[in-house]
Design a protein around this ligand. Structure first.
Ligand code: SF4
Length: 213
């Protein structure tokens, strides 16, 4: 099996053994989804879902949030961490999007306040159903352990994955590999004995199972 076949086989196994629809944030309209992803930095998805229920009840649209009181927004989103920066970013982002659609191109998305490549890729994959590589801590760990990449920089990982897999597989691979990292390939003590990728994984030989982030 050559490297291309190995990666496709990893994709296939993850695809076949993962739920059809993988979402971590509650499904909302494009604007609300974008704001939820901005809030998810350094925060659990569960907490983001709790906080956004309250936030969007009060400020459901870009216009509502664009004219929101900064301190009130801080109070609502406090539990997501880094809340002052996040409040500033989501208000500024809302001003930029007031009366407009959420952009459908990464280059446009990353011009918005608080939006980096990871957030932009989430929107491209989840909202626009196009090839997206979402490099979070789980994805980074899994693709490095599987030696699909040997790289720590998220942008370089994204570009490498884009060069190794067809566009149509990218978003599904991002989500299934992410879920695999959460459920099996933990940072500490990956459950290699339960892992369906064991035979395809250079890391899972039993000698290397220390923490890898
Ligand atoms: S074999 Fe172990 S290290 Fe490799 S992907 Fe599976 S759980 Fe992760």
């Amino acid at each position: 099996m050559n490297e291309k076949e190995r990666i496709l086989e990893i994709y296939r196994i993850l695809d076949e053994n993962s739920p059809a629809n993988i979402t971590f944030l509650d499904k909302k309209d494009p604007f609300q989804f974008l704001i939820s992803v901005i809030l998810s930095a350094q925060c659990t998805d569960k907490m983001v879902n709790l906080v956004t229920n309250e936030l969007f009840l009060k400020y459901p649209t870009a216009h509502d949030l664009s004219v929101a009181d900064y301190n009130e927004v801080c109070d609502i989103i406090k539990r997501t961490g880094f809340y002052r920066n996040k409040a500033r970013n989501i208000i500024e982002c809302s001003k930029a999007l007031d009366g407009k659609d959420v952009p459908s191109e990464i280059d446009e998305l990353i011009k918005l306040p608080g939006v980096g490549r990871k957030t932009a890729n989430c929107v491209i994959g989840d909202i626009y159903n196009r090839g997206a590589v979402i490099v979070d801590t789980h994805f980074k760990r899994v693709v490095n352990r599987l030696e699909i990449v040997n790289e720590k920089d998220p942008t370089k990982i994204e570009m490498l994955i884009r060069s190794k897999l067809e566009d149509k597989y990218l978003y599904r691979f991002s989500m299934t590999a992410n879920l695999h990292g959460r459920n099996i390939c933990h940072a500490r003590k990956p459950e290699c004995d339960k892992c369906l990728l064991f035979k395809l994984c250079p890391f899972g030989d039993g000698d290397n199972q220390e923490e890898t982030k």
